[in-house]
Design a protein around this ligand. Structure first.
Ligand SMILES: O=C(O)c1cc(=O)[nH]c(=O)n1[C@@H]1O[C@H](COP(=O)(O)O)[C@@H](O)[C@H]1O
Length: 227
């Protein structure tokens, strides 16, 4: 299991300060909407300058018509990131078109599909998708698997079932991790590291419990020890 740290701080300087503090560790870094919209490609280069070995997950959650998603995926290829994500609810045709467009590249990034956002509880989710989280997450994962993606974003609670109905090598990346029982914030389906491990999760994503701590490096170290 790998740790992916979310760089969701309010400014580029604060994000880079965090990256400096945790530069010694074998971890992934996640660049999300706010950071990428504000700081763009230069921010990705700044991260690599601090440690070229950092792997970067560009979390832009693409959701559009198939051709537009494939165009965006192809532009992401040029950024040199190691992983990006799309929304499974964009449909199989869109996911297939993304993968088809990336076929010609030798070293394409890992492509994941978001199933059920970890901020949803059952009631909120049913209002949008008219199904239970478990049922729909399985369905979205099957669609992503059949479309040739590498894995999905889900909560730790859906991971084992998704592996079971697809393949054990089909990756799961789970945000909403509260390693040592920290505040859930806006997350609904939170789990700790032990649970994620028991659910065969490949990547845990941790943001606030690390960057809001007084000693982010110590939290990273404790998480890595518990993996
Ligand atoms: O795709 C994601 O990374 C993602 C999907 C999801 O279902 N839930 C979710 O929280 N995320 C992201 O994971 C991070 C979680 O951050 P914390 O709740 O602060 O640990 C945020 O950057 C979210 O944008």
């Amino acid at each position: 299991m790998q740790l992916c740290v979310a760089l969701d701080l309010p400014t580029k300087e604060e994000n880079l300060d965090l990256v400096h503090k945790i530069k010694e560790y074998d971890i992934w870094l996640k660049v999300g909407l706010r950071s990428y919209i504000r700081d763009g490609e230069e921010f990705l280069r700044d991260i690599k300058k601090i440690n070229p070995d950092f792997k970067i997950f560009l979390d832009l959650k693409l959701y559009d018509i198939p051709n537009t998603m494939a165009d965006a995926a192809e532009s992401i290829m040029g950024l040199g990131v190691d992983m990006f994500n799309v929304h499974a609810s964009a449909g199989k045709r869109a996911m297939q078109e993304v993968m088809d467009r990336l076929k010609k590249y030798e070293n394409r990034p890992i492509v994941l599909a978001v199933t059920a956002l970890t901020s949803f509880n059952e009631d909120e989710f049913a209002k949008v998708y008219e199904a239970s989280i478990a049922q729909k997450a399985d369905q979205f994962a099957k669609d992503a698997y059949e479309s040739g993606l590498d894995g999905v974003v889900c909560s730790a609670y859906e991971s084992a079932s998704i592996k079971n109905i697809t393949n054990k090598d089909f990756m799961t990346l789970t945000p909403g991790i509260r390693p040592f029982g920290e505040d859930a914030g806006d997350q609904q389906r939170v789990a700790d590291v032990a649970y994620a491990k028991s659910a065969y999760v490949d990547f845990i994503v941790v943001g606030r419990p690390i960057y809001k701590s007084d000693d982010p490096a110590l939290v990273v170290e404790k998480i890595l020890q518990s993996l």
